[in-house]
Design a protein around this ligand. Structure first.
Ligand SMILES: Cc1cc2nc3c(=O)[nH]c(=O)nc-3n(C[C@H](O)[C@H](O)[C@H](O)COP(=O)(O)O)c2cc1C
Length: 183
């Protein structure tokens, strides 16, 4: 099945995950968002993004909002813990956006990704001192230290398993009447 992997990545975390996913799906095509071929040609699209202020980064959000009637899997990296309500919200909002375009959401994958130290410095400089992102609490330090270890080899292994699972689901999904044929 023709499969397109489109990703957005500022500092390389999401690109690493996209790469692992593309290795798992032989014959897939991978491109950065904004430079991808027309998704209309692909029955299965896997879209990856980094989380920016609690949602998909702007370029990815634009891409996701244009997808129509596809089988879609999505993946994201974020600074927060993957089992946090914050990560759950990102997943829910993204799935809703995709479903609004008539897409079948076959699944999603998430993992932490190291946060750019420059961003952390900038926040410290620019935000008022009482802002939570200007302060380094024990909890925040532990979270950022953990994020700095991701995506790990284990994350990439799980990303490959996710890709296998999505691909299998796509192959066995019943054709939807009125939608483009799945090849
Ligand atoms: C401007 C900016 C905003 C961010 N906002 C969030 C956020 O709201 N929630 C979060 O968990 N992580 C946030 N992060 C962390 C990134 O999502 C995380 O480091 C991600 O792995 C970066 O992926 P990339 O290396 O593919 O660009 C933010 C990072 C940047 C640079």
């Amino acid at each position: 099945m023709k499969t397109l992997i489109v990703y957005s990545s500022l500092t390389g975390n999401t690109r690493k995950v996209a790469q692992a996913i593309s290795e798992a799906i032989g014959g897939s095509e991978m491109a950065p968002v904004g430079q991808s071929p027309d998704p209309a040609e692909y029955p299965l699209v896997l879209a990856g993004f980094w989380v920016d202020k609690g949602q998909a980064d702007a370029k990815s959000k634009d891409f996701l909002s244009r997808l129509r009637d596809k089988m879609v899997g999505f993946f994201f990296t974020l600074g927060a813990y993957p089992d946090s309500p914050h990560a759950d919200d990102v997943e829910r909002v993204t799935a809703e956006l995709l479903r609004a375009g008539g897409n079948d959401v076959l699944g999603s994958f998430r993992c932490q990704g190291k946060v750019d130290p420059e961003l952390l410095e900038r926040m410290k400089r620019m935000l008022p001192p009482d802002h939570p992102h200007a302060q380094m609490t024990e909890e925040r330090k532990a979270r950022l230290d953990e994020a700095a270890r991701h995506p790990s080899d284990e994350d990439l292994m799980r990303a490959r398993a996710f890709a296998d699972d999505i691909y299998r689901k796509a192959l066995s999904a019943p054709a939807r009447p009125g939608k483009a044929a799945r090849q």
